[in-house]
Design a protein around this ligand. Structure first.
Ligand code: SR1
Ligand code: MG
Length: 408
């Protein structure tokens, strides 16, 4: 039996002994444990362990050295430490909105955490056109609390710099720098996935638009250099579990110090992907909910952020009259850009979203992709003009109008 004192990639059969090694008291000594690998992401292995008879359960998540999405891509297994440590911090700032971490193990690069199988992955629930009335409230509480509390506005500056240090995440950031801020505009590594019917459109709108390239270059360098807040770093609807009365945000292995609009923009873009799927199915009621929710996410974030800022700001200059509003304005502009870059990279890049890729009708899929790209360019090129939730959905509606007039 392995001693778990040297890293190896575990299989289902290794997990009962691993749990007994790490958490000997969690299950009775004679418990019969059923294990199933349930990982659905691009990177890691996730094992669900259930005690036969009682149904008591737990999750083991292990980082592999090779990525699931591509065996040629290798990234540090230290990402599991980053994920575990940020979840412990976020649990302090946003209790109830992240899974509980029981233990993490830097040898096997694995963490043991709360099983949230009574929740559903938000992307899949949205693809069934289910709505979650509490989502805007919960996600904005999570974002305001985890982001604002880790900035220089609130934190003592030397303590914040220590956090910046411990969340330096070069390899996962490089994935984002490549997949979000580079390849969608030039296919530099030949990894883009472009729907053939949209190839000419993508060449014109993305590969040869030099004004767009300049704005993306500015955003890429801001992403790499603006250590504003401790981000989740990959806040799409596949990183969120939901049930009607609960929201849990997980999988923050891309965490690092960056511009908070990156996280907020990801949430908005993924609501737009849900709209794409609902539109292709002709579900107007669901589509209205996605846009209403996008409006609420921006407007609630702004209101909660300002209220919390007034209570929590500790830096004497950050308390200068007008600074909070100025700072928030820059965050909303970054949010527009973050939504735009996510819309583009999930439409033409290597890592796409099932909301769009499962649209079976070709014409509807082409239309959805064009809506995303038109909206994205508006959000990026005019980012300083975006102030309210309604501004974001107005851009999306303009994109629908533009795409509807195009020949497909
Ligand atoms: C190579 S990893 C591809 C994507 O999956 C993750 O969830 C991130 O979004 C990353 O960009
Ligand atoms: Mg993930």
């Amino acid at each position: 039996m392995p001693g778990f004192d040297k890293y190896f990639l575990m299989k289902e059969a290794d997990i009962p002994a691993y749990i007994r090694n790490q958490m000997p008291d969690y299950f009775p000594r004679d418990a019969r444990l059923a294990v199933k690998e349930i990982g659905d992401g691009n990177l890691n292995y996730v094992f669900r362990v259930v005690e036969e008879g009682t149904g008591k359960s737990i999750i083991v998540k292990q980082a592999g050295e090779q990525l699931r999405i591509s065996a040629e891509m290798r990234i540090t297994t230290d990402r599991n430490r980053i994920e575990s440590e940020i979840l412990l911090i976020q649990h302090k700032y946003a209790p109830g909105l992240v899974p509980k971490i029981f233990k993490y193990d830097t040898v096997m690069c694995a963490c043991i955490m709360e099983d949230l199988s009574d929740h559903r992955l938000m992307r899949y629930a949205l693809m069934k056109h289910e709505v979650f009335p509490k989502f805007a409230e919960d996600i904005t509480t999570y974002m305001v609390n985890t982001l604002l509390n880790t900035t220089d506005v609130v934190m003592e500056h030397k303590a914040k710099k220590e956090l910046v240090k411990s969340f330096i995440n070069p390899e996962l950031c490089e994935i984002t720098e490549d997949l979000v801020y580079t390849e969608p505009y030039n296919d530099a590594k030949g990894r883009n996935i472009v729907t053939p019917e949209n190839l000419e459109f993508v060449k014109k709108e993305l590969y040869t638009d030099t004004a767009l390239h300049l704005e993306i270059a500015k955003l890429k360098f801001d992403f790499m250099n603006n250590a504003q807040a401790l981000l989740h770093g990959d806040l799409h609807t596949g990183s969120i579990f939901v049930k009607p009365d609960s929201t849990k945000i997980f999988d923050p292995e891309f965490a690092f110090y960056g511009p908070m609009g990156y996280d907020i923009g990801n949430v908005i873009a993924n609501l737009f992907f849900a709209w794409d799927n609902g539109d292709a199915a002709g579900n107007a009621e669901f589509c209205n909910w996605t846009l209403k929710t996008a409006v609420e996410v921006i407007d609630l974030f702004k209101a909660k952020f300002l209220a919390e800022y007034k209570k929590k700001a500790s830096d004497i200059m950050a308390k200068t009259e007008g600074f909070a509003e100025y700072y928030l304005d820059t965050i909303i502009a970054d949010t527009a850009a973050g939504a735009g870059t996510e819309l583009i990279r999930r439409t033409v890049g290597m890592a796409q979203v099932k909301d769009v890729t499962t649209i079976a009708d070709r014409a509807k899929r082409i239309r959805a992709e064009r809506i995303n790209i038109h909206c994205a360019k508006d959000l990026i090129m005019n980012r300083a003009k975006f102030k309210t939730g309604a501004d974001f959905t107005a851009a999306f509606r303009r994109a629908i109008d533009t795409a509807s007039k195009e020949q497909i």
